[in-house]
Design a protein around this ligand. Structure first.
Ligand code: HEM
Length: 361
């Protein structure tokens, strides 16, 4: 397969050294793009196909699902319990892993991704992480994350049924211990990864209201999640009271209990606060932790760095600065970090509004 990809590279330009010190010849792909490793040329047709035909060129439901999928595949690893991490087992062994409660709702994403994996003859493990990196490039404000190729096809399902994928009703200690076990993530890494909930919503936590967003701007990768979850909350998006959910401050928004607790726990509250309104800090911390997550179960030296295939996301629109939702005041912030006051934001003008559901693909 690699020979085919390499022959698609037309011209070797110069010898460079990869991040691992391996000499590589820069190559120009059939479409004219320059990459550090000719094998990466194979991903440009995949990029073009999924941006248009899987994501409809938007940071919508399918992009959100692809990002969640990258986490649920990668986190299926434990030095003591087994699992291959970011190995595509959630797709290769979908008949097993989709029965795990924490993977509820991912069957749509698996069914969406499978035809693209087959059409481009890539491994599920590579495709899942590639699709997530590309999904971020469609979300204004997201950092440009890396992409490494070369994950072999998984040989076994991640162990289950419960335990490896964090649940919204887990307490902070359980979540931090799981994340440290799976990938050596620090408390700050975990908080940074939760920036992903800025482009997210729930379909299955309360199945009566699919697409209920976690913040007021679910198609922007901004820091609103860190602001809005810190507000005092009493609203629920439906009449149901379900496990893993707690009151939110904004009508139409769902607050996960895990996000609420992580924003307030002494192990994580200052990291949480540090990202509120800090777009650049949040971007770089997220990218660092995401890149680590995407190769759980692999050594970086066994993979090829194809980060140059991943496009940059557009910046946030000029009018999308950090703010309090309309109707809120700074007094509604539940100060949790003991080291510094929560940054000050002004509220959007007008009466409090209801956040609409994310349109479902
Ligand atoms: C660490 C603790 C985490 C917990 C407890 C958690 C929990 C959840 C839950 C319950 C949902 C709603 C699922 C549904 O009902 O459809 C969700 C959605 C989502 N999560 Fe997380 N999550 C965590 C971390 C992460 C991480 C690390 C990422 C990615 C890097 C991520 C990305 C997403 C995305 C993008 C969605 C939206 C999916 C969609 O709209 O289809 N989450 N998460």
């Amino acid at each position: 397969m690699y020979m085919k990809h390499i022959s698609a590279a037309l011209l070797a330009l110069a010898t460079v050294h990869s991040a691992y010190g391996v000499p590589q010849r820069r190559a120009t792909c059939a479409g004219g793009q320059t990459v550090a490793n000719a094998a990466c040329c194979a991903w440009f047709p995949v990029l073009e196909d999924i941006v248009l035909n899987m994501f409809d060129n938007e940071c919508g439901d399918d992009a959100h699902a692809a990002l969640r999928m990258s986490f649920h595949d990668a986190i299926g690893f434990s030095p003591s319990k087994g699992g291959g991490g970011a190995d595509g087992s959630i797709i290769t062994f979908s008949s097993t892993e989709l029965n795990y409660a924490a993977n509820n709702g991912l069957e749509d994403a698996v069914n969406t991704q499978l035809p693209f994996i087959k059409a481009h003859n890539v491994t599920p493990g590579d495709f899942i992480q590639f699709a997530a990196a590309v999904s971020l490039s469609l979300c204004p404000g997201a950092p440009r994350v890396g992409f490494m190729m070369g994950r072999p096809v998984a040989k076994a399902a991640a162990p289950g049924p419960d335990g490896l994928v964090p649940e919204p009703f887990n307490n902070v200690d359980v979540i931090l211990a799981r994340m440290a076990d799976a990938g050596g993530f620090t408390a700050t890494d975990v908080v940074a990864l939760l920036a992903s909930h800025s482009v997210a919503g729930a379909d299955t936590v309360d199945p009566s209201i699919p697409g209920t967003p976690f913040d007021s701007t679910p198609s922007l990768f901004d820091t609103q999640i860190f602001i809005e979850v810190q507000l005092s909350g009493t609203l629920f998006p439906s009449s149901a009271r379900v496990q893993g959910e707690t009151g939110s401050a904004v009508a139409g928004e769902m607050r996960l209990l895990s996000d609420h607790l992580i924003a307030r726990d002494s192990a994580t509250n200052c990291a949480w606060q540090s990202f509120a309104g800090n777009q650049a800090g949040m971007q770089s911390a997220f990218a660092k932790a995401f890149n680590k997550m995407a190769i759980i179960g692999h050594s970086a030296s066994s993979l090829i760095d194809c980060s140059d295939v991943i496009p940059a996301a557009p910046p946030l629109p000029a009018n999308a600065g950090p703010h309090l939702p309309a109707g809120q005041t700074q007094k509604n912030i539940e100060q949790a970090c003991a080291l510094a006051p929560f940054p000050t934001f002004t509220a959007q003008p007008g009466p409090a509004t209801t956040i609409p559901a994310i349109p479902q693909a």
